[in-house]
Design a binder for this molecule. Structure first.
Ligand code: DAH
Length: 346
């Protein structure tokens, strides 16, 4: 092996590597090229293996050429790597762009059921007058749902509250929230101001205004010297908060066995405002609840002395309130769970 030949081989390697580097398309092929040329078993090492066959004096000369070639290749690779690396980064940045101005994906919000929304609103308004929400059971006995509310077994008013019976003798699904009045009177001392929202059940022929399952909100106030005037004033405030300030209201004689006297509470028709239209049966009024002064029999069954305490009670259907407020014409919509209906009450 001659010095000239080896030197020539080294220059050839340098030239070929430079050509290959110029054509390397990406960082990965650059890495492969580096191993191929400068690696432990690479082409440079291969060429230098010939040094051993040279005269001792010539060896440093080849070594010097080899070092220059190696340094040159290393510098070229580094330079090329920098160029290719930033080009790849640019390409990735362009490909993975995030447009932060794009609108987000909308969440699907749930919404309160209109019956519940209505009950919350009723509770909010009466809450401002000191009424506190209480729970009462959905399964009652005949005594509490009827007899203690002054509806004896043979009373004709029972026809209004025909119900569904459960497998425990004498027990039934409550037909109204009024039995809750008795639970409240038995557990609290006057002054009592309680609100009893809850589900009720009836054996009904279902139509646009009757359901076998619906909600009611009962209210009860008992104290010394509570009058019908207090009831009237409170219900007026409620009607104005719920349906609009300035709406006219009226008391109309009514009948309930558990109140004496009993009234129906009407608000001026929310559609026509008075003259009469199909929505109010041409009367100009819409009935929103039943109420009255608690019957002495009921106070006594609740454990209170009617000589000392008086009170009033009222009961309303939150679905009916909701129907009046939103002009809904069919009660059945409330139980069909059709999101096209339910989603309108955000
Ligand atoms: N419980 C009655 C019903 O279901 C509603 C009612 C009327 C409740 C008058 C009352 C009341 O507290 O005083 O039809």
């Amino acid at each position: 092996m001659e010095l000239a030949q080896l030197t020539q081989d080294l220059e050839t390697l340098a030239a070929e590597t430079a050509t290959a580097l110029a054509g390397a398309p990406d960082v990965a092929s650059l890495d492969a090229l580096e191993v191929d040329v400068l690696g432990k078993k690479g082409r440079l090492t291969g060429v230098l293996r010939g040094i051993g066959a040279l005269p001792v004096d010539d060896r440093p000369k080849v070594g010097a050429v080899a070092n220059r070639v190696r340094a040159g290749i290393e510098a070229e690779i580094a330079e090329r790597r920098a160029v290719l690396g930033s080009a790849e980064l640019d390409a990735r940045l362009a490909a993975e762009t995030i447009d932060v101005t794009m609108p987000g994906r909308p969440f699907r919000h749930g919404s309160l059921h209109p019956s519940i929304e209505s009950m919350f609103e009723i509770a909010r308004i009466f809450g401002q007058f000191g009424f506190v929400v209480h729970e009462s059971p959905e399964i009652e006995d005949d005594l509490t749902n009827f007899q203690d509310l002054n509806i004896p077994p043979d009373h004709p008013a029972r026809d209004l509250w025909d119900t569904l019976y459960v497998d425990i003798p004498g027990h039934l699904l409550r037909t109204h929230t009024s039995p809750g009045q008795l639970h409240v009177m038995r557990t609290m001392q006057p002054p009592i101001r309680a609100l009893l929202p809850g589900r009720c059940f009836r054996y009904e022929a279902i139509d646009a205004s009757h359901g076998s399952e619906f909600f009611q909100v009962e209210g009860i106030m008992v104290d010394e010297g509570t009058t019908m005037g207090d009831l009237r004033g409170l219900l007026d405030e409620f009607a104005h908060a719920m349906f609009g300030a300035g709406k006219r209201t009226r008391f109309r004689p009514g009948y309930y066995p558990f109140t004496e006297p009993s009234v129906a509470f009407d608000v001026e028709c929310l559609v026509c405002g008075g003259p009469g239209c199909p929505a109010c049966g041409r009367s100009g009024w819409m009935t929103i609840l039943g109420a009255g002064m608690i019957h002495p029999v009921v106070l006594r069954r609740g454990g209170l002395d009617p000589e000392r305490y008086q009170g009033f009670a009222f009961g309303m259907g939150p679905e009916r309130i909701s129907m009046l407020r939103h002009r809904i014409t069919d009660l059945r919509l409330f139980l069909e769970n059709d999101v096209r209906f339910l989603g309108q009450f955000r």
